[in-house]
Write a protein that binds this ligand. Structure first.
Ligand SMILES: *[C@@H]1O[C@H](CO)[C@@H](O)[C@H](O)[C@H]1NC(C)=O
Ligand SMILES: *[C@@H]1O[C@H](CO)[C@@H](O)[C@H](O)[C@H]1NC(C)=O
Length: 711
């Protein structure tokens, strides 16, 4: 027995050694590129408006610096620990106005390609002033990263400073369970960086809020129940625990999210009303004495039906008003409003000032004189806010660079010097340094693949995405040679008008594997890469299910694909491998019994696959973000033997359609020439549903992805 154990151990060790050396083998010096729905159009900054009675039309003041995205702010009380982080010279106000102390702001930022929490001391001429502002009054600031170098490349969210501690969400611990969120609440001591996990191990918590005294923290959580795949409103409950160490955790409200405390025994939260279906603000009153249990908590509705109100923000001891975000039936935009708790009425704020953009996740200053929130900054004159074609994302592997592209379905040319991608409704080719971008196909198309053996030939599926088996979608090959400079120089390879998509070419350039709905089900086929179906067609898989998103390995031995064959029609997809001659079918990766693994792409050495999955669950309440069909989408890699599952992205967005290229691209942002942020992202589609007269109005956009992430 002992001998066998030892043998296993030795075997294990030698395998580990093998993998360790393989890590610095042929995949090194490569790049992964992926798409994130909408993200490169966010350009979020934190803005503030004065709160006064009656509200006036003052200009919003931008208080973050216009770099990357900045969101989910918090106005802390400036504790000695926080102030000690400022360099001494900061205590002398650089504006020279000794009587105006800095505005203290804590927020999440994604600059430098990873998520971090920053503290800015911002010197502005009185932000409570009603005067319109001039360019001379540009804020000056001192900026302190709070978690630099700590807890690695994780998503950080919803920070609060309470006394000596920073309380926040981070996703740096892998619970090693498929479809389980990595989001958990931590506290970090500001002066020494000591970090403690407050959420129980294996339990995900979202949207933490610290009580005014700092004693309690409230969170939205599934508790032991876990996530069952929701992507709109989450069926979370509200728990509270002792902030110091996470103990005395107790569920206080069934069904609710985004808590915010007004005093030690009162918190506001949002939930959808079961009576009238409007998302509304509620109040929970905890017993001020004796043990707290769910039975001892009184819950009252605060905002009336007739509009959606969510993400409430209270300020300590303020029983006069709260700030909320609304979606009103007569507005296409999300706005920040106050809700007057005495007169039970809304007081509009941001719609009076900037009506045509979304405003998210308000917060109130401790003295209740300012409301903060984030919105897209729009194109700015000062050029510091560029629009990115490729955003460098911090990579968890030093020798593989990672980029987010402003488009979808990217693929690398055989030499890795060019990228083809989709920007609906066209197909584009661009040099990897951002130069020579040009449209090569003007029709509706999705998925791109280069012919590895022939120069300048890109394959795509031309037609609508997520369409039925019988909808006409064709595989076409496009000649993209720059010398010819031609557009729409393509050849149709499929005939008969069935739904054919996701082409991938064999390494010798002779064959194309693709999925087709021609039998009434989506299965895989192989056809001649030059002549198309006319030159030869073989069926690779067959069955009453969907096989799709196929990718041919660089050595020609394998085709990787996503399939729902284990539960047809369920929306659950598993990655499989099969030899091009139809033998050797095996399962590569499955994200739990109901999960999703999609869009496989081989590494250039053929030993690993990059793909999209819901393996990491979701990382934040979707209502606190713009629209994402599949907010759980994250990028993962796995070795062909099923070992070494690795997460590459950490955020609450929809990441998808990854591709793995043969060269190491310098980890540096690539800008669009001459274009500022577009602000053209969409609000959550499900908030467009207005439950008027008890009926549901159809959503403006009901397109739902059939499977997989990224279109
Ligand atoms: C700030 O000044 C104090 C007192 O003069 C000194 O002890 C401290 O080290 C200084 N801190 C920094 C960050 O320079
Ligand atoms: C199918 O292809 C695989 C991989 O190339 C090969 O090992 C196997 O022998 C082939 N089987 C048949 C029946 O041709």
């Amino acid at each position: 027995m002992k001998a066998i154990k030892l043998l296993c151990l030795l075997l294990h060790l030698s395998l580990a050694l093998l993998y360790a050396t393989a890590d610095h083998g042929p995949t090194s010096g490569t790049s992964i590129i992926f798409a994130t729905l909408g993200r490169l159009d966010y350009a979020f900054d934190i803005f503030t408006l004065p709160i006064r009675d009656p509200p006036t039309k003052t200009k919003e003041l931008q208080i973050t610096d216009g770099k990357s995205v900045n969101f989910n702010g918090h106005f802390p009380c400036p504790s000695p620990s926080l102030l000690s982080l400022l360099p001494n010279k900061t205590l002398i106000n650089p504006t020279g106005q000794q009587n105006s102390p800095p505005l203290n702001l804590i927020y999440v930022t994604e600059r430098g390609g990873s998520s971090n929490i920053f503290y800015d001391a911002v010197y502005v001429n009185n932000p409570r002033s009603t005067r319109s502002r001039s360019a001379l009054e540009t804020p000056t600031r001192v900026q302190v990263p709070l978690l630099e170098g700590k807890s690695g490349l994780s998503m950080k969210d919803k920070p609060t400073v309470s006394g000596d501690y920073l309380i926040y969400v981070s996703t740096h611990e892998d619970p090693h369970e498929p479809r389980t969120s990595w989001a958990a609440v931590y506290s970090t001591e500001l002066t020494n960086g000591m970090t403690r996990r407050l959420s129980p191990h294996g339990i995900a918590d979202f949207s933490p809020a610290v009580s005014p005294s700092g004693v309690y923290t409230a969170v939205a959580s599934y508790g032991e129940r876990g996530w069952n795949g929701e992507v709109e409103e989450l069926s979370t409950d509200i728990y509270i625990f002792v902030t110091r160490d996470g103990t005395n955790r107790v569920k206080v409200v069934e069904h609710g999210g985004w808590p915010s405390w007004v005093d030690e025994s009162t918190l506001y939260f949002h939930r959808r009303s079961e009576e009238d279906n409007w998302i509304s603000i509620y109040k929970a009153i905890l017993p001020s004495q004796g043990p707290i249990s769910i039975e001892s908590v009184i819950v009252e509705r605060v905002t009336p039906p007739g509009l959606h109100a969510f993400t409430p923000a209270a300020s300590p001891g303020n029983n006069k008003f709260i700030a909320v975000t609304t979606r009103r039936p007569n507005s296409d935009y999300r706005h920040v409003e106050l809700f007057d708790l005495v007169n039970n009425e809304f007081i509009e704020l941001t719609r009076l000032v900037s009506p045509q953009t979304h405003h998210l996740n308000p917060f109130i200053s401790p003295d209740s004189t300012l409301v903060g929130y984030h919105r897209c900054r729009g194109a700015t004159e000062d050029k510091k806010s560029a629009h990115l074609l490729l955003e460098n994302v911090k990579s968890p592997a030093p020798d593989i660079s990672l980029f987010r592209i402003d488009g979808s379905f990217p693929s690398f040319s055989p030499t890795g010097d060019r990228i083809a991608y989709v920007d609906f409704p066209g197909l584009y080719v661009v040099n990897r340094d951002g130069s020579n971008r040009r449209q090569v196909f003007t029709g509706m198309a999705f998925s791109t693949a280069w012919n590895p053996a022939r120069r300048g030939i890109v394959y795509t599926s031309a037609g609508p995405t997520f369409a039925s088996e019988s909808t006409e979608v064709d595989i076409i090959s496009i000649t993209v040679d720059d010398d010819l400079g031609m557009i729409n120089n393509f050849k149709k390879l499929t005939i008969n008008g069935e739904n054919n998509a996701f082409p991938s070419v064999s390494p010798d350039g002779k064959w194309v594997v693709f999925r087709s709905g021609r039998s009434g089900h989506k299965n895989l086929y192989i056809m001649d890469a030059l002549e198309g179906e006319k030159g030869g067609l073989f069926r690779l898989t067959e069955g009453p299910w969907s096989d799709t998103m196929c990718n041919w390995s660089p050595d020609g031995e394998w085709i990787a694909f996503a399939s729902d064959r284990e539960n047809p029609g369920s929306g659950s997809f598993v990655l499989f491998l099969i030899h091009p001659n139809g033998t050797g079918l095996r399962k590569l990766v499955q994200s739990g019994s109901a999960g999703r693994a999609n869009h496989p792409s081989f590494s250039p050495d053929g030993n690993s696959i990059v793909f999209t999955s819901d393996y990491g669950g979701i990382s934040a309440e979707p209502i606190s973000n713009p629209h994402h069909y599949q907010p759980y989408g994250e990028i993962f890699t796995i070795k062909l033997d099923g070992s070494d599952l690795k997460r590459w992205t950490q955020n609450s967005y929809e990441d998808g359609t990854p591709a793995w290229g043969p060269t190491y691209m310098k980890p540096k942002d690539v800008e669009w020439p001459g274009e500022g942020p577009q602000c053209s992202f969409e609000d959550c589609h499900w908030l467009n549903k207005m439950p008027i007269l008890g009926d549901w109005v159809a959503p403006l956009d009901s397109t739902k992805p059939e499977c997989g992430t990224g279109a």
